[in-house]
Each structure stands twice: as structure tokens, then as C-alpha cells.
Design a protein around this ligand. Structure first.
Ligand SMILES: Nc1ncnc2c1ncn2[C@@H]1O[C@H](COP(=O)(O)OP(=O)(O)OP(=O)(O)O)[C@@H](O)[C@H]1O
Length: 252
């Protein structure tokens, strides 16, 4: 895999590095209701404009829904979300998201990246540089559907990076990958973070959260049970829910 230095994240991502006040996240009284089901309620959260945040919590806690709300893909039922004072739908184009199941076009590997570059080109980053960066240049002409799970996820990440996002959301992006593929994706995430891209990722992988996260938001029952620096979260969690989760006990 080539170094990310071959890519030119010249514009917005660098601006985030230079201006720490650009995109802090502020969430107040957030609620999400689907029919009779309350998915998130009374959720408050403040995230710094830089760094790598893990969102953790038991199945059904609302992690994926929170990510979609922060990215402006769905609207909250109550409360406010602002990125540097701006509503999520106004900054969706400055952000990108990678899902557990890669969302790819039924075209070649190269065409998958070309498609994004055509619609969202900013600084002149080339398709080949992106493919080399994620270790897929040699597969450029292959149909994307023939890629392995780990390769497909790296292509999804290349597509996300092609957007030159200021914020990159990852929803269990390595959940079904082997250890080498997990490491490849984690290295790419760390590279992106070092270049100033704000990372917010959902994971159940405690080792991964320890390797990547600066801070951890722990959700339980649609609320923030704890938001702590990663180091103290793992060594001395404040909430009983996080303690139980980290010790492998069922949390509801
Ligand atoms: N359209 C919907 N209508 C009603 N309930 C929904 C809808 N979509 C999701 N839910 C419920 O919202 C809750 C939170 O879902 P979400 O996918 O955010 O959980 P999660 O924390 O990401 O879980 P997991 O770790 O299992 O992926 C779940 O109980 C889910 O069943």
C-alpha cells in the first residue's frame, strides 16, 4: 500500500487541522422516534473538531441511527445537531460514510472511484493514487463484485476518501473481515486521521477501539451512558453499563 502522502488532501481536511474551531459537534436533547419505538432520547453530546471517536454500546443501543443523524441522512424527531453551528444536512457533502456492507456500483473497481471523483472532485487527487493508497491498483479493471470482503471494504474506503471528507463515519466497517484486512483498514483510518480527517466510528471490537480511539461515547438504551477519553474508558469506566459491556456481560 502506498503512503497517504501520495494523496493531496489540500483543501477542507487541512483547514480542519489549521482551524480547531471549524467543526465541533454539538448535540442537544436529541430524540428519534420511529412509529411507537423510541430509538434515541434526551441525548447530549459534544465532540472536539479533531480526533478519532468510537461509538460503542450493546446491540440496539442506537449507534447506527446516531451516526446517520450526525451525517444528516435522517432527521431527528426532537433536539438539535450542529457542526460548527451548521445543521448536518448542510455539511453532508463535506463528510463521507462507510458501512458494514460496502456500497459499490456493479462496475469495475476503477469506475467505482471515477464515479465519485466525477461528481465531487476538489483537489485533483487521481483515481490511481486512491487505488494505490488502498492497495487495489492492480485490480483496477476487475469487476467490483469479484473483490473479496476486505478488498471491497478498501474500495469503499477509497470512494469515501475520494470525497476528501472533513468527517469520515464508519459503521462497523471491519465487522466481517479477517485480521489482516482489519489491520489494513485500521492503518488507512489512522492515516486519514493523521491528515486531519475527523473520524467517528462504530465498533464492537474492543481491541480496535483501544487502537484507534481518542475518546469513547458509550450508548445504552438510546442515551449516552458515558463519554470519556479512551484511556480512562478502558481502564476505569465510570458507568456500570460500560463496565458490564467491557466484561462481556449482557447490557440492556
Ligand atoms: N425503521 C425502524 N423502525 C423501528 N425501529 C427501528 C427502525 N430502525 C431501527 N430500529 C430500532 O432502533 C434500535 C437501534 O438501532 P441501531 O441500528 O441504531 O442499533 P445499533 O446500536 O447500531 O445496534 P447493533 O450493534 O446491533 O448494530 C434497534 O432496536 C432497532 O431495531
Amino acid at each position: 500500500m502506498s503512503s497517504i502522502d501520495t494523496l493531496s488532501f489540500t483543501s477542507d481536511a487541512r483547514r480542519v487541522l489549521e482551524d480547531p474551531n471549524l467543526m465541533p459537534l454539538r448535540v442537544r436533547g436529541l430524540g428519534l422516534q420511529c412509529g411507537d419505538t423510541t430509538i434515541l432520547q434526551d441525548l447530549d453530546l459534544d465532540l472536539a473538531p479533531q480526533g478519532c471517536t468510537a461509538i460503542m454500546g450493546p446491540n440496539g443501543a442506537g449507534k447506527s441511527m446516531l451516526l446517520k443523524l450526525l451525517h444528516g441522512l435522517i432527521e431527528p424527531s426532537t433536539g438539535d445537531i450542529t457542526w460548527g453551528g451548521t445543521v448536518p444536512s448542510a455539511v453532508t457533502a463535506r463528510q463521507a460514510m462507510v458501512f458494514q456492507k460496502p456500497v459499490l456500483l456493479r462496475r469495475s473497481v476503477a469506475a467505482n472511484v471515477d464515479f465519485v471523483l466525477k461528481t465531487r472532485r476538489k483537489s485533483g487527487t487521481t483515481r490511481d493514487a486512491l487505488l494505490a493508497h488502498v492497495g487495489l491498483l492492480h485490480k483496477a479493471r476487475d469487476p467490483a463484485r469479484r473483490l473479496s470482503g476486505g478488498e471491497a471494504q478498501r474500495l469503499a474506503l477509497a470512494r469515501a476518501l475520494a470525497c476528501e471528507p472533513e468527517v469520515l463515519f464508519l459503521d462497523e466497517a471491519t465487522a466481517s473481515l479477517d485480521p489482516a484486512s482489519v489491520k489494513a483498514i485500521e492503518d488507512l483510518i489512522l492515516d486519514a486521521s493523521a491528515k486531519g480527517i475527523r473520524i467517528i466510528f462504530v465498533t464492537h471490537d474492543i481491541g480496535q477501539a483501544k487502537r484507534l480511539a481518542d475518546d469513547v461515547v458509550f450508548l445504552q438504551g438510546g442515551r449516552v451512558a458515558e463519554h470519556s477519553p479512551a484511556r480512562s474508558f478502558f481502564s476505569d469506566p465510570r458507568s456500570s453499563a460500560a463496565r458490564d459491556y467491557l466484561n462481556g456481560r449482557l447490557v440492556f
